[in-house]
Structures are given as structure tokens and as C-alpha cells.
Ligand binder design. Structure first.
Ligand SMILES: [Mg+2]
Length: 257
């Protein structure tokens, strides 16, 4: 069911997408700093990012004026690794990942080993190559599970041009292991949204999701019963950016701008 812009100000918890919604390449988009300031601890970030940790993103966003503590930043790659450590302690994991993920895996005590791995974990591995694909093909053929941070094919780079995402690596994996059924953590699947709701101690109907992608942010949230607001260039968007959305919300609420 569609909701009005005023829900932005009245919702108990606001889950917000990062790329293309609050920021591009970690630089705040119009209205993002103001929104973060107005919402305070009601704002949580829900992002399919699978190279950074929440700790690092919190610092990077603070430098751009968006103040949000790490505990309110929920990232697909980090959630995948934390679930691995929690659900499969000691299991050998073949990890394809870059950025801060390998170091986080080590801090969480995840055993990285290609030989006899029970689980293949796939994040946005910027060093992914033929040898890695060969290792993964052999492990999946022998029955290893496939855990994947997110299904996105690309995300927009700072110049607006596409940056290959984890889903593009998953497509390569599917080409050599078509029967593998991935367990996906990022949007539009439920795990990442659920992690954010749990952290916020919020019921789905008392939260809203704010994003720029109808098929991941909006459809994923609504599937869990979280009402959603679409912003950005899409024709169905309620506002082109957060600045316009805030103005609409304040007008609707009858507040003085
Ligand atoms: Mg986005």
C-alpha cells in the first residue's frame, strides 16, 4: 500500500539505502546531511555494500557530514561474515572478497581454506579471476554451499558509469555451477532488512524503507511488510532526492519550512 511523504518524519525507524539515496561514492546527496540530523538515532542504513565494514563507513560518512554510528549501518558483506561466524564456527570457508572483508573474516575467527571448504562465500571480490572461478566450480561440484552478499550486477560509480557488483561474479559462478542455489543476504532478500529491524527493535509496520531502486529497496522491504518510499530518477519516485522529499514531508505535515 502506498504511503505519503509525511511517514518519513513520523516513522519509528527509517531504513535508508546508501548508494544513490543518501550518497554516491560516499559523498552525501542533496538533503542527506539534513535528513540524518533530523532523524538522529531513528535512521539506519541498509546497503548491499560487500567491501566495507560499518565502522569504516561510519567514519567516511561523518567526514561528509552524515553522522551515523556503526551500530546503525547494516551491510550485506558484513552480515554474511557475521552469520558465517555465528552459524558455522570452525567450518572451512572459501572466501572471495576484497576491501575490508578478509580482515573482518580473520577478526571473526572464520577459517579461510579452499581445500575441502564446506562453504563458498562470495562478496564483491575486485581481484576475482580464472583461478578463483576454478576453485569455486570444483567446490560447488563437490557439494559446498554458496553464500552470496548480494545479487546486484552493477552499482553506479562516481562518474555515473557502472561498477561490477557481486551479482556479476555470481553470474560467472552460475555459468560453471548452474545447479548451485545461493543463499543471498542483501536486498531484495530478507536477511539484511531483518538484521536492521532486529538492531532497531522495530516491527516492520513501524519502520519505513527509503531507496532509489524499486526492485530491491521497495519490493524487498514490502515483501517483509515494511512500507517503502521510492526517490530518485525512476518515474514512480515520489521525489527526485532527499531534499525534495523532506520539503514534501514538511509541507504535508504543515510545518514551517
Ligand atoms: Mg541505491
Amino acid at each position: 500500500m502506498p504511503i505519503g511523504p509525511q511517514r518519513l518524519l513520523s516513522a519509528e525507524v527509517v531504513l535508508a539505502d546508501l548508494d544513490g539515496c543518501l550518497a554516491i561514492d560516499n559523498h552525501p546527496l542533496p538533503g542527506a546531511v539534513d535528513l540524518a540530523r533530523r532523524l538522529g538515532s531513528r535512521l539506519h542504513i541498509v546497503s548491499n555494500n560487500s567491501t566495507d565494514t560499518a565502522e569504516r563507513l561510519s567514519d567516511v560518512l561523518a567526514a561528509g557530514g552524515i553522522r551515523i554510528e556503526a551500530a546503525r549501518i547494516h551491510l550485506a558483506g558484513e552480515i554474511l561474515l557475521r552469520r558465517l561466524a555465528l552459524e558455522r564456527p570452525g567450518a572451512p570457508v572459501s572466501l572471495a572478497a576484497a576491501g575490508e572483508m578478509p580482515a573482518l573474516a580473520e577478526r571473526l575467527g572464520i577459517l579461510r581454506r579452499d581445500e575441502g571448504a564446506a562453504i563458498v562465500a562470495l562478496c564483491r571480490d575486485t581481484g576475482f579471476d580464472y583461478d578463483r572461478l576454478q576453485v569455486i566450480a570444483r567446490l560447488l561440484a563437490k557439494g559446498a554451499e554458496l553464500w552470496v552478499a548480494n545479487p546486484d550486477m552493477v552499482h553506479p560509480g562516481p562518474d555515473g558509469l557502472p561498477v561490477p557488483e557481486t551479482g556479476s561474479l555470481l553470474a560467472a559462478v552460475h555459468s560453471v555451477a548452474p545447479a548451485a542455489v545461493p543463499r543471498i543476504f542483501g536486498k531484495p532478500e530478507a536477511a539484511l532488512f531483518q538484521a536492521a529491524l532486529d538492531a532497531a527493535r522495530a516491527k516492520p509496520q513501524n519502520a519505513i524503507m527509503l531507496g532509489d531502486n524499486p526492485s530491491t529497496d521497495v519490493a524487498g522491504a514490502e515483501a517483509l511488510g515494511i512500507p517503502a518510499l521510492l526517490i530518485g530518477p525512476h518515474r514512480d519516485a515520489i521525489a527526485r532526492d532527499l531534499d525534495s522529499l523532506l520539503s514534501l514531508a514538511l509541507e504535508t505535515q504543515g510545518a514551517i519550512l
